[in-house]
Design a binder for this molecule. Structure first.
Ligand code: 523
Length: 138
C-alpha cells in the first residue's frame, strides 16, 4: 500500500522542562534543534521505537506516555508523530551520544529560544497545547 514511514519524536518532559536536541548530521539539518527520535522499524510499535531511539541517542531509560494528536509531513515518505515521554526512575541523564552535539532542557518561556527544524515547529506548538498546562510548560 502506501510508502508512508513514521518518524517518532519525543516530547521528553522532566520537572516542567522540555528536552531539545541539536542535530549534528546530516549536513542540511546540522545545527537545527529537534524533538529527538527516529524512524519506526518494520514490526515495531511507535512507542517502542521512541524508547529505543532515546536509549540509543541519549543513553536514557524513558517511557512513552501517550501520543500528541496530529501528524506532520517530512520529506516523503516520512511523517512525524510526537509522543510524550518521561525518564524512568534511576535513568541516567541524557547525553548527546549520536546524531546530536548539544542538548538543552527548555523551561517555559525558553521553548522558542532554539532554532527548531521547520517541521518540528508545528509539532512543538501542538505539544505545548497538548500538555503545556498540565506539565507546567506554559
Ligand atoms: N526528523 C525531523 N524531526 C524530528 C526527527 C526525530 C526526525 O524532521 N524531530 C527527520 C530527520 C530525518 C528523518 O526525520 O530526515 C529521520 O530522522 P532520523 O535521521 O533521526 O532517524 P533515524 O535515527 O531512525 O535515522 P537513521 O540514522 O537512518 O537510523
Amino acid at each position: 500500500m502506501s510508502e508512508r514511514i513514521v518518524v517518532v519524536g519525543a516530547a521528553l518532559v522532566d520537572d516542567g522542562r522540555l528536552l531539545a536536541a541539536r542535530r549534528s548530521a546530516p549536513v542540511e539539518l546540522a545545527g537545527r534543534w529537534e524533538l529527538p527520535g527516529g524512524k519506526v522499524e518494520p514490526g515495531e510499535t511507535a512507542d517502542a521505537a521512541l524508547v529505543r531511539e532515546l536509549r540509543e541517542e541519549l543513553g536514557v531509560d524513558a517511557e512513552a506516555d501517550g501520543r500528541v494528536p496530529g501528524e506532520w509531513p517530512l520529506k516523503s515518505p516520512y511523517v512525524l508523530q510526537v509522543w510524550t515521554a518521561r525518564l524512568r526512575p534511576g535513568s541516567a541523564a541524557p547525553e548527546p551520544l549520536e546524531d546530536h552535539d548539544e542538548l538543552r532542557w527548555l523551561r517555559p518561556g525558553e521553548i522558542w529560544d532554539v532554532n527548531w527544524l521547520d517541521q518540528d515547529v508545528p509539532a512543538v506548538r501542538q505539544t505545548l497545547a497538548h500538555l503545556g498546562a498540565a506539565e507546567g510548560l506554559t
